[in-house]
Design a binder for this molecule. Structure first.
Ligand code: DC
Length: 222
């Protein structure tokens, strides 16, 4: 069977990571959450009180040491040797991640890591530019979306489950800001690849979406 790369892109809160994780588990594929890398880079700047601009960060690229490890089937992300997997999910990180993702030097460094992680392996990688830029030859490309209201609702439920504070209106504003920021940057913006399948999950439940993704992979395996 050929090596399968699955690219899942879409706006914030579309369910990319939970769907990708479930599909990866069912298929025995490696799940790579690229958003976590931008989040870890943002955490570096936030903790060091460095403004998130290309200029302020230009001498820091080598020091932003990000590593990914798979521990008991879960992706863990390390920033300068420290496991920051839980910290990067907190509400103060997401806007910073979207802002740092605009800076070309940051993207170039992280994209190189992402391509290396996918090389020769069965992976499901989620992000914003996977099908268009990181893995343009991916065997399966999916653009996952849902209405902004539905995405905000799901994100709040997810945060509450993790015991994190969440206010629906501020989550919605965060999503609107990030969607605009992520899709309007000039380098590798959020965009549906021409050969990606559009999956609008507003009216679908979790298992239906997982089923659709598994069907697309099955076709690619033939
Ligand atoms: O998927 P996420 O919400 O954890 O991503 C956080 C931010 O990182 C997102 O708003 C934009 C950026 N990002 C990106 O630009 N490219 C990716 N491949 C993944 C994330």
């Amino acid at each position: 069977m050929p090596t399968i790369n699955v690219a899942i892109d879409g706006p914030a809160g579309a369910g990319k990571s939970s769907i990708s994780k479930a599909v990866a588990e069912k298929k025995g594929y490696i799940y790579i959450d690229t958003g976590a890398m931008y989040r870890a880079a943002a955490l570096y700047a936030i903790e060091k009180s460095i403004p998130i601009t290309a200029d302020a960060l230009k001498n820091h690229h080598d020091k932003i040491d990000i590593n990914i490890e798979n521990i008991d089937g879960e992706q863990h992300i390390f920033l300068c040797g420290r496991d920051v997997s839980a910290r990067i999910r907190e509400a103060d990180i997401s806007i910073g991640a979207s802002d740092i993702a605009v800076i070309p030097d940051v993207r170039i460094k992280l994209v190189e890591m992402q391509r290396e992680l996918a090389k020769g392996k069965n992976v499901i990688m989620d992000g914003r530019d996977i099908g268009t830029y990181v893995l343009p030859n991916a065997n399966v490309k999916i653009f996952l979306t849902a209405s902004v209201e539905e995405r905000a609702k799901r994100r709040v439920a997810q945060m509450k489950e993790k015991g994190l504070e969440a206010d629906i209106e501020s989550v919605k504003q965060d999503i609107i800001y990030r969607d605009k920021n992520d899709s309007s940057r000039s380098f590798a913006p959020l965009k549906q690849a021409d050969d990606a399948v559009l999956l609008d999950t507003t009216e679908l439940d979790f298992e239906q979406v997982v089923g659709e993704v598994l069907d697309l992979i099955k076709k690619a395996e033939k």
